[in-house]
Design a protein around this ligand. Structure first.
Ligand SMILES: [Zn+2]
Length: 330
């Protein structure tokens, strides 16, 4: 040990002053100004699950303004504190969207389909999925199965364009029987709240004229070889998670069991208004997060930070999402 003097921290003024002194000695940082790119990089990320290749394809995010009504059973001050603790803006919840593509070698499968670019008017950061799919080299005509976790618009709208054309013309679509019966029930929109009614009408717009392409399934079934739907009811009446398994490897796709993890993994008992059945959603959330923790499973969360893959650890009375380290090679 020759020098025990602690390294002094630099404040912003000292950094700027240092930079000016550097420039004054004739040493400039750059000789040619490069134009700013002004656009984001393509956002897709691959992982191997046994012999399967999984691609997380980003659809951007909704920076959703929330208020004291958003979490039904918690003081708003606690919600604001959780936002601050995770460096999110006050009163704004970031809700990223990341559908998955699973190439099993036999099937090219989508798990959920993003917003279809149909959220852009109120969520200008969203709607990047189609471009990212193209950047990932995934051709819509090659997709042969679409597995829907539930019928909220941010999961089903990518099935169709704004003009009602099918985006993936060769795909068989799978929706749980329970979600289909809830969202396609002709009576439900008339009794729904003002906030929920557009979601019913949207589900009808997407599915009514393509019902013959939709397979309604009971959770617990293997939908394509290697991918099984798991009952995860509560967020919606027929909400499902998925187990993707190949060889001795597996991935637990949590779907919307847990929204933004800095709020709802850390505080699994919180009941956001987006959960149709709050208490049941809490029960499901704890059950799946417990399983992920006990089995140290790789998980995917549709609304987790991109690329939405990682693990779940215990943290205080709740859980922590631990993102996967970037893998440069498969
Ligand atoms: Zn969602």
């Amino acid at each position: 040990m020759t020098n025990a003097t602690p390294m002094p921290g630099l404040n912003r003024r000292q950094l700027v002053t240092g930079a000016l002194a550097f420039a004054a000695h004739g040493l400039s940082y750059a000789h040619a100004a490069a134009p700013l790119a002004g656009t984001q990089a393509p956002a897709y990320y691959r992982a191997r699950i046994g012999s399967f290749e999984v691609t997380a394809v980003h659809d951007g995010a909704w920076l959703r303004a929330i208020d004291e009504k958003f979490v039904r059973n918690t003081p708003y001050a606690d919600v604001q504190a959780a936002l601050a603790e995770s460096f999110q803006a006050p009163g704004v919840l970031t809700i990223p969207f990341t559908p998955l593509v699973v190439n099993t070698g036999r099937n090219l499968v989508l798990i959920d389909t993003g917003t279809g670019g149909q959220f852009v008017s109120f969520a200008p950061q969203s709607g990047t999925w189609q471009g990212n799919l193209a950047a990932a080299g995934i051709r819509p005509t090659d997709v042969d199965a679409i597995l829907i976790s539930h019928c909220h618009p941010d999961h089903i709208n990518g099935i169709k364009t704004k003009d009602n054309a099918l985006t993936f013309p060769n795909a068989e679509i799978f929706v749980s029987l329970q979600d289909w019966n809830y969202w396609l029930d002709e009576a439900n929109p008339t009794t729904a709240s003002d906030a929920a009614r557009p979601q019913f009408l949207n589900a009808r717009r997407i599915f009514r004229d393509i019902a013959s392409k939709v397979t309604r399934f009971e959770p617990g079934r293997e939908l394509v070889p290697g991918i099984t739907a798991l009952a995860a009811f509560g967020h919606t009446p027929g909400h499902v998670a998925f187990a993707v398994a190949s060889g001795d490897r597996s991935l637990l796709v949590l779907s919307d069991t847990t929204n933004n993890p800095y709020l709802f993994a850390r505080h699994p008992e919180w009941q956001p208004t987006i959960d149709v059945d709050g208490p049941r959603a809490v029960e499901t959330r704890k059950r799946l997060l417990d399983r992920a923790t006990a089995d140290r499973m790789l998980v995917h969360g549709y609304h987790f930070p991109f690329p939405a893959l990682g693990h779940i650890a215990r943290r205080g009375g709740g859980y922590e999402f631990v993102p996967s380290m970037w893998q440069a090679r498969l």
